[in-house]
Design a protein around this ligand. Structure first.
Ligand SMILES: Cc1ncc(COP(=O)(O)O)c(C=O)c1O
Length: 386
């Protein structure tokens, strides 16, 4: 048989999605892969039902249906404080996953370097490899997951083509402050690099923290490729709707990449999602309140059990410290946790460049009764102690 491509040799299948399969095998409450078990907003579902009887069953315009791009541009112009043109500044993609891959392929040539903060969302490793780029990892130091500006500048001195900025951040729940973003912005300008953002958790922020869109910082619009999606904001991870927002000369290239990668996002789903994009600001406030309640419930439960954990500023993940359980491998720990305790988690090592083996990630985008059941099971976690 001929050899398969070398391109994929340096990465494994997704650990996150593998943990979902393991959770299902043991009937565990799956807090590994980050998706909700509650319904999307009713208005979206009602519109989706109507759309099936309307004329949206063929390809939409490859870079996104006009109606969707207009609604998106209006919403994001309002929030980002920049004037986004639906025809010049937007490509609609199949989730932020495709947006990030298309953004990488738009800016990076094989051999180019790209800065990635560690811990990082696992897709970025594969994105860099598949686009031929080489990651330069810059550590974020717990407990606040701050970076060292000198280490960041040392990475920029290697002349990277871009920096990937996940804000709010998965898995560490960091929300970058304006001062931190300003340091990144100054370095991006000084060393003439792009910034590719992943802002899928832009609306899941816990007070007093605030989300700042990188593209809205002075002089940053020209060099920022903003990626995000509707997955988390409207609880529709299965609809696979995302987007890139950027200046026209970048969008022209991203359109080509996207066209040949996927042709386009699902036309009926784009049409139904317009309803969500037209929601008023109250919707986003209520979403943040709902997640704040879930975060508080979950963290209090973990405190009552006595497990030490991070406190997220945004997104819906928490890292648990499993040092005291005596496991050499966090992957083994997660398998045992699913099997013996009945809760699905992700080994922290899949997010870190550094040799980190003492953390596991749980998410709390679940109904309160699911979270209570998970906490109930986690109260037995000490049976795993060696
Ligand atoms: C940081 C981050 N980016 C992107 C994604 C995937 O987003 P999408 O469903 O839009 O592809 C996730 C999903 O968990 C994520 O955590």
């Amino acid at each position: 048989m001929p050899e398969l491509s070398k391109r994929t040799e340096t990465f494994t299948d997704s650990v996150i999605r593998r943990m979902t399969r393991i959770s299902n095998k043991y009937g565990a409450v799956n807090l590994s892969q980050g998706f909700p078990d509650f319904e999307p907003p009713r208005e979206l579902l009602e519109r989706l039902a109507e759309v099936t009887g309307e004329d949206f069953h063929q390809y939409s315009i490859t870079w996104g249906a006009q109606n969707f791009r207009e609604a998106l541009a209006e919403k994001q112009s309002r929030l980002m404080g920049v004037d986004i043109d639906p025809n010049e500044n937007v490509v609609v993609t199949c989730g932020s996953t495709e947006a990030m891959m298309a953004a990488m392929m738009t800016v990076a040539n094989p051999g180019d370097k790209v800065i990635v903060f560690s811990p990082f969302y696992e897709n970025y490793g594969a994105d860099t490899i598949l686009s031929g780029a080489e990651p330069i990892y810059v550590p974020l130091y717990p407990p606040e997951f701050n970076f060292d500006p000198n280490e960041l500048e040392a990475a920029f001195r290697q002349k990277p083509k871009a920096l990937i900025l996940c804000n709010p951040s998965n898995p560490c729940g960091k929300v970058f402050t304006c001062d931190e973003l300003k340091i990144i912005a100054d370095l991006a300008e000084k060393y003439d690099a792009f910034v590719i953002t992943d802002e899928v958790y832009e609306h899941i922020i816990y007070a007093p923290h605030k989300h700042t869109y990188f593209a809205s910082l002075p002089n940053m619009w020209e060099r920022t490729i903003s990626c995000s999606s509707l997955s988390k904001t409207y609880s529709i991870t299965g609809w696979r709707l995302g987007y890139i927002i950027a200046p026209p000369h970048i969008i022209d290239v991203a359109k080509k990449v996207h066209d040949f990668l996927t042709v386009g996002a699902a036309a009926p789903l784009q049409e139904a999602a317009v309803t969500g994009l037209r929601f008023g600001d109250d919707y986003y406030r209520q979403l943040a309140e709902k997640y704040t309640e879930k975060r508080d419930l979950f963290l209090k439960g973990l405190d009552d059990i006595g497990i030490s954990h991070t406190t997220p500023q945004g997104a819906y993940y928490v890292l648990l410290d499993i040092s005291e359980f005596g496991f050499d491998s966090d992957l083994d720990f997660c398998e045992k946790l699913a099997e013996k305790v009945g809760v699905g988690a992700v080994p922290g090592s899949s997010f870190f460049r550094e040799n980190v083996n003492h953390l596991i990630r749980l998410h709390f985008a679940k109904r309160n009764d699911t979270l209570s059941e998970a906490l109930n099971r986690l109260s037995e976690i000490n049976i795993l102690k060696k």
